[in-house]
Design a protein around this ligand. Structure first.
Ligand SMILES: Nc1ncnc2c1ncn2[C@@H]1O[C@H](COP(=O)(O)OP(=O)(O)O)[C@@H](O)[C@H]1O
Ligand SMILES: [Mg+2]
Length: 260
């Protein structure tokens, strides 16, 4: 039964940097359409996990599976083509390109073949560009950036830039969207709007989401399941309520200065 195979699975995943165990013995299973939160103090291995899953780092040991297929040592572009998209902890936009072109460029990664152009008897590049732009415009509308389509990305206010990154990631039509601290630097209203946006992306496109976040409000309201990391290890996992109630998690994290 295909639905028994998790969308994403890590097994015994580990990464050391010159003896420092940034992540060890990591295991997680994420189902299709699920929204999973990853929390933990600074330096607990959250971004390292994202880098290992998306091919930006090679693990010291362990494995990553996408729908049962090992993707462990694939390069980032191939992981992206297989259906995993991500954002980074810091903004990584093409500042000199327009808002629209930022998303269109990402959407074009989806149309590597010239087949539609051949079928329609049109120049393939033109057709691919048009399909990508349609996707981009739909995502700009969803992320509330439609009116800013022709502005340079660098000129956007901070909160708009963060939503543009999400639009860009979604333009590849991923099965799994991985967001690294998407609410960092956002105010309360922006953070709530972000949670609504992430939920609507899941509902509309059926995408699963893994979100690293320090904002407990966002994690507790948005995520169906939460995994807690500390010093590179999983120290707790469950529903938001279960995780909040766990003494071990409280000691390691929720009572620390990060919970403010
Ligand atoms: N490229 C790297 N080279 C050396 N050490 C790294 C590198 N990336 C992360 N680390 C270290 O690994 C640990 C986990 O980092 P990270 O995954 O970024 O934590 P988090 O995202 O949870 O704050 C930290 O001690 C960090 O300094
Ligand atoms: Mg990080």
């Amino acid at each position: 039964m295909t639905h028994a195979v998790p969308l994403l699975e890590t097994r015994e995943l580990a990464k050391s940097f010159r003896g420092l165990k940034a992540l060890s013995g990591h295991a997680v299973q994420v189902r299709e359409r699920e929204i999973v939160g990853i929390i933990g103090p600074n330096g607990s291995g959250k971004s390292t996990l994202f880098n290992l899953v998306t091919g930006f780092l090679k693990p010291t040991s362990g494995a990553v599976y996408l729908r049962g297929q090992a993707i462990t040592n694939l390069p980032p572009a191939q992981v992206s083509r297989l259906g995993i998209a991500r954002t980074f902890q810091g903004t990584r936009l093409f500042g000199q390109l327009s808002v629209l072109d930022n998303v269109t460029a990402a959407a074009q990664l989806r149309y590597p073949s010239s087949l539609p152009g051949v079928l329609l008897g049109l120049p393939a590049a033109h057709v691919a560009r048009q399909l990508a732009e349609n996707t981009a415009r739909e995502l700009l509308a969803l992320t509330g950036l439609e009116a800013r389509a022709n502005l340079r990305a660098a000129s956007l206010p901070y909160g708009d830039g963060r939503r543009l990154e999400i639009a860009r990631a979604m333009a590849t039509r991923p099965a799994l969207l991985m967001l690294d601290e998407p609410a960092a630097g956002l105010n309360l209203g922006e953070t709530r709007a972000l949670a609504a946006l992430i939920a609507s992306l899941r509902d509309r496109y059926g995408v699963a989401v893994i979100v690293i976040e320090h904002d407990m409000d966002l994690v507790m309201n948005l995520c169906e399941r939460v995994q807690v990391l500390a010093q590179g290890q999983v120290i707790g996992e469950g529903t938001p309520a279960e995780v909040q109630a766990s003494v071990r998690v409280r000691e390691a994290y929720l009572g620390s200065d990060d919970a403010a």
